[in-house]
Write a new protein. Structure first.
Length: 85
């Protein structure tokens, strides 16, 4: 039989608990990802009044500038401009 004193038993208990908590935490945290801001051109807006550049992730044609409150219309893409020529 292996002799274990009280301090060694307490250490092993705390170590096992810490490892168990680490495994549970990593299991549940693995599936969740942080939301990142998209740097797609569709989300970047440029205010025509105050020249402020901001990100608006809503997919709309009109956006409100967070600095001055003016309305900005989405710019047409280069493909649409070239097709018109």
């Amino acid at each position: 039989m292996i002799k274990v004193d009280i301090s060694m038993a307490l250490f092993l208990y705390l170590l096992a608990t810490a490892v168990f908590m680490l495994v549970i935490w990593s299991f549940f945290d693995f599936g969740t990802k942080l939301k990142t801001f998209s740097s797609e051109e569709a989300h970047i807006w440029h205010c025509t009044i105050c020249s402020y550049t901001y990100i608006d992730s809503k997919n709309e044609e009109i956006s409100t500038c967070p600095r001055c409150g003016s309305y900005n219309q989405r710019k047409q893409k280069m493909k649409n401009k070239q097709a018109r020529r």
